[in-house]
Write a protein that binds this ligand. Structure first.
Ligand SMILES: [Zn+2]
Length: 341
């Protein structure tokens, strides 16, 4: 049996098409997951437009934000059964003996390979998933929301684990994409006052960010950053997809403040980072997520404390991937979701 898949087949810009692929065979520690929904990530768009910063194993099925039902179990899998509702983490291949894996930080294992670039992802009907990647999805959490657990985990790691917010902090989020808006939403849950910054072209996406109780700022945020005591914001969360926004972050942050960089881009920088030194600022990177973050985010989604419905711009069959990608690419929607056909 063959099913359609959204395949990124070469490194050249625009090298994505629908191909018919076989149902994957699974190993003894894997399950076969029947995909219910898969989110389109900025990184899927970057591979499509060929401006990504990571190595890709071409050809590869795109998609790493997904959930669905277990339809087959490998011989050594225990604790799961056919029919279970699950979402999957993204670290499809890790070295379990890497020192980072041994301390639970397998997301930082340098040999890690993820779905959608290292191994085949979920923009198709069936995907092979190691059982260690799975998390239960409670019955009340619909898959159109559950498939966005992954970007919520990226935001949770950036805001909770890597930014150390305290209630009342004034936080500025740079970039109103999915990760930026979710970082803003999680910072609100932490009790922060949040301003989210975008460009004039981001008006629609900033309007959506307002639904999470954020201040929205087009262009220069220095007035809002300095409104309290003239010194700047406690924390800047940089979720823009370029490195150059670090300059803006260094300007907006208060002395002894914190900058967390979760957005990335391969362009080199051409400015001084002296303000980091002079202001005694902490610059923190944030990458991916691990098991305890997933469990906590699923709880937040299931209780409705974190609601992803405002960011969902539509659900398309995977055969209409190009419409779904274009809408996100042009900022018409924050997040596109696909479902297999
Ligand atoms: Zn993603």
């Amino acid at each position: 049996m063959k099913t359609p898949a959204v395949v990124n087949f070469a490194p050249e810009k625009g090298s994505v098409e629908i191909q018919e692929i076989s149902v994957p065979s699974i190993g003894e520690d894997d399950i076969l997951l029947e995909v219910a929904n898969v989110g389109v990530c900025g990184s899927d768009l970057h591979q499509w437009t060929a401006d990504h910063s990571w190595p890709v194993n071409y050809p590869v099925v795109l998609g790493h934000e997904f959930g669905g039902h277990i339809v087959q179990l490998g011989s050594r899998v225990s604790g799961w059964k056919v029919g279970d509702r699950v979402v999957s983490e993204t670290a499809a291949v890790i070295d379990v003996n890497n020192p980072m894996s041994r301390r639970g930080l397998y997301n930082l294992d340098p040999t890690r390979k993820g779905f959608g670039y290292g191994v085949n992802g979920a923009m198709t009907r069936y995907v092979r998933v190691p059982a260690r990647c799975l998390h239960h999805v409670p019955g009340q959490l619909v898959f159109e929301h559950a498939c966005l657990t992954e970007p919520c985990c990226v935001a949770f790691n950036a805001v909770v684990n890597n930014s150390h917010l305290t209630p009342g902090d004034r936080v500025i989020v740079l970039g109103p994409g999915t990760i930026g808006i979710l970082c803003a939403a999680v910072a609100r849950l932490c009790g922060a006052e949040v301003g989210i910054v975008g460009l004039p072209a981001d008006k629609g996406r900033l309007e959506i960010a307002k639904q999470y109780g954020c201040e929205t700022i087009v262009g220069d945020a220095s007035g809002w950053a300095r409104e309290r005591d003239g010194l700047g914001a406690d924390c800047i969360i940089d979720a823009a997809g370029v490195s150059a926004t670090l300059k803006m972050a260094m300007d907006l942050v208060r002395p002894n403040g914190h900058i967390t960089k979760v957005g990335w881009g391969p362009q080199p920088l051409g400015f001084s980072i002296d303000p980091l030194v002079q202001k005694n600022v902490t610059l923190q990177g944030s990458f991916s997520h691990n098991w305890p973050i997933w469990e906590r985010v699923i709880a937040l989604l299931a209780t409705g404390q974190l609601d992803v419905s405002p960011i969902i711009g539509g659900v398309w069959p995977i055969t209409e991937w190009e419409t779904a990608f274009q809408k996100m690419h042009h900022g018409d929607v924050v997040k596109s979701i696909l479902k297999p056909v």
